[in-house]
Write a protein that binds this ligand. Structure first.
Ligand code: CS2
Length: 490
């Protein structure tokens, strides 16, 4: 079958929206690190919209930090791909044109550093997931013992990590008298701009204090809150897209219609007209970020673990289960008092809208996908909320069940005795702790609570927390996930 490309673009069915700007004249201005499905359904769509609104040199060069697959799929398509938005009443499709090229960092790290350091590169954006920051999720500080950081200190001109790449490029820019680019984190981390700034500065300081001081004085690291539900693309999606397009697209992205982007408007060298196409440029991102990380992602993770253990494959199925829907409502009741509402937002309405989004029957977002990397997600999704509830002397039963369900999940065996494919940088440690503890809730919870990179040194000393978690975990072992969630509502 013929492939989607600049050449075949003109022959697509007329009903399919495509870039209205002159794609052949588009010049790059952004390098995006971690060109996964989420970025292509969020940043790249906003940028495509902004280019239609006000054309400028804001094309995107993507960079894959690990594998060549994305480049291999997109290169033959001249960077073009389709975005299939799945609403409950049917799909809508468009072609995104903002991605110009894809580089593969491990194949030629120096070429990527050169591209980052080029004068045309005015923004370097990132979606490298939580673990891609090589930091300690409990504190937000650089892990100097992280294998990629150790590697990059030894090979500063051929870095592997996002932080190493950014610092290598900033070093070249400084030497050439160029201003730093804006580094724009689009990952689900609290205070993502500030965290990235700290990591870049600390890594630079390990090599050269004057470089660190120059970055500190001149760098721009705006905070962002990003939101869109984007499940992994499946073979069935690829076949469906080919049917709609009439040509083959090896790299479509699938997502819900809803999207939100709150961005701190502090850019060193300009930005696309994102504000004209729906992004909210704000002076304070924190309220948006707390709302989204605690209410959406906190609920997502809790539901992923409980849902998986209850035998639900997708978020839509899990949130359609009346017992788990009741659990979600109870969870949001515990979370809402800890969230400062962004101006004009009613948090109960926000929770109601989340439930509708989770239940979108057209989106198959696997609980297993969200369950990944819990060690990197729990601190900002659940543990910060728990700390604040404890300080206020408020109940935390639903939050504790979310944490206990994660513990039950990382034992690696489900309620039917089947193996769970636990994906997490700390999976080895979990397996060791789980083997030692067996089905003893007390032993398992205290073993896992001892992982300081997740729980810090404070939470294991909070008996109201440790007892609540052990109690819920005991319920999960003795009664199972559904009955334990049901018991909370009783
Ligand atoms: C999800 C997020 O995979 C996960 O951990 O919770 O990817 C979630 O879908 C997005 O943050 C929604 O914006």
């Amino acid at each position: 079958m013929t492939r989607l490309s600049l050449q075949t673009l003109g022959g697509l069915p007329k009903t399919i929206r495509r870039p209205s700007y002159e794609r052949a004249g588009l010049k790059p201005g952004i390098v995006h690190l971690g060109l996964g499905a989420f970025a292509r359904a969020h940043l790249c769509e906003y940028t495509d919209d902004a280019l239609e609104h006000a054309f400028g040199a804001w094309g995107i060069i993507g960079a894959s930090l690990q594998r060549p697959d994305q480049r291999d799929r997109l290169k033959p398509q001249d960077g073009l791909y389709s975005f299939l938005k799945r609403a409950p009443d049917g799909p809508e499709m468009r072609i995104i044109g903002s991605v110009l090229d894809v580089l593969v960092a491990p194949e030629n790290p120096a070429a990527l550093v050169t591209r980052l350091a080029a004068a045309q590169t005015r923004i370097v954006s990132l979606t490298v997931t939580e673990k891609g920051y090589c930091h300690d999720p409990a504190t937000g500080r650089l892990r100097q013992d992280h294998p990629d950081i150790l590697h990059d200190l030894e090979h500063p001109d051929a870095p592997r990590s996002a932080v190493g790449l950014i610092v290598a490029a900033l070093k070249l820019r400084k030497a050439e008298g160029l201003a730093p680019f804006t580094a724009l984190s689009c990952d689900n981390l609290p205070h993502n701009g500030k965290v990235l700034r700290g990591l870049v500065r600390d890594f630079a300081a390990l090599q050269d204090d004057t470089l660190a001081a120059w970055i500190e004085a001149n760098g721009a690291f705006p905070a962002t809150m990003v939101d869109r539900i984007v499940p992994a693309t499946t073979d069935a999606d690829i076949a469906e897209v080919a049917g709609l397009l009439g040509v083959e697209d090896a790299a479509p992205v699938i997502g819900e219609p809803f999207r939100q982007w709150a961005v701190e408007d502090r850019f060193a060298l300009g930005r696309p007209a994102w504000d004209e196409v729906g992004a909210q440029m704000v002076s304070e991102v924190a309220p948006f970020e707390f709302m989204k990380l605690r209410m959406l992602n906190g609920a997502h993770s809790s539901l992923a673990y409980l849902g998986y253990l209850s035998g639900h494959e997708t978020v839509a199925e899990a949130s359609g289960d009346p017992v788990l829907a009741r659990f979600l409502q109870g969870l949001w009741n515990e979370i809402i008092p800890t969230v400062p509402a962004p101006q004009g937002v009613d948090l109960s309405d926000y929770a109601g809208a989340l439930l509708t989004r989770f239940r979108n029957p057209a989106i198959r977002h696997r609980t297993w996908q969200i369950a990944m990397d819990g060690s990197q997600k729990l601190p900002q999704r659940l543990l910060g909320t728990i700390r604040e509830r404890l300080k206020a002397g408020a109940p935390i039963d639903h939050l504790a069940l979310g944490v206990a369900a994660w513990m039950r999940y990382v034992t690696g065996t489900d309620e039917t005795g089947a193996v769970i494919d636990v994906r997490d940088p700390l999976a080895g440690e979990f397996a060791r702790i789980a083997t030692q503890a067996g089905r003893n809730a007390q032993a398992l919870s205290s073993g896992l609570l001892g992982i300081e990179a997740i729980f810090g040194s404070d939470l294991p000393r909070e008996t109201a927390f440790t007892q609540a978690v052990a109690r819920q975990l005991d319920g999960l072992f003795s009664k199972g996930a559904k009955a334990t969630a049901a018991a909370l509502a009783a």
